[in-house]
Design a protein around this ligand. Structure first.
Ligand code: P61
Length: 464
């Protein structure tokens, strides 16, 4: 039987500070209504991200003490390399300080200006790293993946017909690699099936182009495969992971998600000549190949975390905790992306706040109230994160979806705390008609959501 509740007990606690509503309102106003700029110790429940926020196990903490900080040949590098080989089947593992450096190294090596990199959906760092090479980051997720109400077991799948057409139109010279993000974060934490990964690989092989995974949440993806894909119910998640990774030639990885660590990442594949090119760049911008940008102890924590994350008791608890939060919201009529994904519940802000147009950032409005009134930090994944002004037309361009992500850190919050989150969102939903839109006062040229400053619109200027 799988564990019905937390498959761990708590040995160390981190006290949370209570901050009054007045104090939260003051902090938020000073931060330009940007939740990234609020000090974390003024937050009661922090659902900004599941990235780097996991609680490490006793074994991982013990692993830090056997960190070998030798400049070259640290024993922890070999432990991590072994863990990655066993799980993925890729024999070259290049450690990096986090996922975006793995992306930078891969794209700097393989991508040229004017090329196109298709993905089911690029996450923002992936997109930024593709664009930094002067290339286009193209999202090809299946149409069902863009409809927040459509129930589909593998909404993260990449549209194989669209990929075929892309190759037919542009030829293989324009497409240096194809990526699939497992699970698909920007699309709601939705999984990708093995059948889809195989079909994409088949197209890539025909055109002689490599397929890479953005594998941050591979274990959660594999749990969904076991649960939902015909033929996989009796296979272990570990076996499924091996089969999934065999569909691609390599991966980028942020260990801050399914590596169960607070910092770390890697790039892994089997191509020795690519390893040589990447390593030359790594030496210049990140570190020596046996530590990347990390301490030996960090490598050890990630080696142990990668094995722990494949525990099926852990994964059953993890996926159910996120799913239960979604169910509480759904039952109360809060519009969420369905089915609930692996690491987060996504609220559909356009349906939650239909009276606030995308130009007034409905998702960010909800983020503001969640913190100011309830001490909960969520993140907007919508018109603030992905919207921009088209330089040619001068028009504002908005993404199809305006979502608010409640990302659940791994092994951190109790079910009671999750109930508090659900009740808070439900109360806001009841009062939603009184909420007002926002105006952007400052934006940086890239990744604007980190530093943007906003202001609440006066009631008189709200459009109806
Ligand atoms: C997150 F607000 N994700 O979801 P790094 N690929 C994928 C990711 O989800 C991802 C990375 C690559 C984060 C952290 C984050 O604007 C933001 O180790 C599918 O963070 O470099 C990271 O991995 C990059 C949150 C990143 C953000 C950028 O919360």
């Amino acid at each position: 039987m799988r564990f019905p509740a937390e498959p761990f007990r708590i040995k160390v606690v981190e006290p949370l500070r209570y901050v009054s509503r007045e104090e939260r309102a003051r902090l938020l106003a000073g931060a330009g209504l940007n939740i990234f700029q609020v000090p974390a110790d003024s937050i009661y429940i922090d659902l900004l991200t599941d990235s780097g926020t996991s609680a490490m196990s006793d074994s991982q903490w013990a692993g830090l003490m056997v960190g070998d900080e030798s400049y070259a040949g640290s024993r922890n590098f070999y432990n991590l390399e072994r863990a990655v080989r066993e799980i993925t089947g890729y024999h070259r593992m290049i450690p990096t300080h986090q996922g975006r450096m793995a992306e930078n190294l891969l794209f700097s090596t393989l991508v040229r200006p004017g090329q196109i990199v298709p993905n089911n959906s690029h996450f923002d760092t992936t997109r930024a790293n593709v664009e930094a090479q002067g290339a286009e980051a193209l999202d090809l997720v299946i149409d069902e993946g863009l409809d927040p109400t459509f129930d589909h077991p593998f909404k993260g799948n990449l549209d194989v017909a669209k990929l075929e057409r892309l190759f037919e139109t542009h030829g293989r010279e324009k497409i240096p690699l194809v990526m699939i993000t497992v699970t698909n974060n920007s699309g709601g934490g939705q999984p990708v099936s093995i059948a889809n990964a195989r079909a994409v690989r088949e197209v890539c092989d025909r055109y002689g182009v490599p397929l890479f995974f953005d594998a941050c949440r591979f274990a959660e993806n594999c749990y969904f495969i076991q649960e939902r894909e015909p033929g996989y119910a009796s296979k272990s998640v570990r076996e499924i992971a091996r089969e999934l990774f065999a569909c691609a030639v390599g991966c980028t990885m942020s260990g801050k998600k399914d590596g169960l660590v607070n910092i770390g990442g890697f790039l892994a594949f089997n191509d020795d000549s690519l390893a040589e090119r990447v390593t030359n760049l790594l030496l210049r911008i990140e570190g020596f190949p046996t530590y990347g940008g990390l301490a030996g102890r960090d490598l050890e924590g990630m080696a142990r975390g990668l094995n722990e994350v494949l525990s099926e008791d852990y994964l059953a608890f993890r996926i159910n905790q996120v799913r239960n939060l979604g169910a509480m919201l759904d039952q109360a009529g809060v519009p969420i992306v369905k089915p609930v994904g692996g690491h987060a519940v996504y609220i559909d802000a356009r349906r939650f706040l239909p009276h606030i147009p995308q130009s007034q950032f409905p998702g960010q409005c909800l983020v503001v109230v969640l913190y100011r009134d309830y001490g909960i930090r969520a993140v907007e994944v919508g018109s603030l994160m992905f919207g921009h002004r088209d330089p040619q037309t001068g028009q504002d361009v908005f993404p199809k979806l305006d979502l608010v992500r409640l990302a659940i850190p791994r092994r951190v919050y109790t079910s009671e705390q999750m109930r508090y989150v659900a009740q808070s969102v439900i109360e806001i939903h009841r009062e939603r008609d009184a909420m007002r839109g926002l105006r952007l006062e400052y934006e940086a040229p890239v990744l604007r959501h980190f530093t943007a400053r906003l202001r609440e619109l006066e009631p008189a200027t709200v459009q109806t």
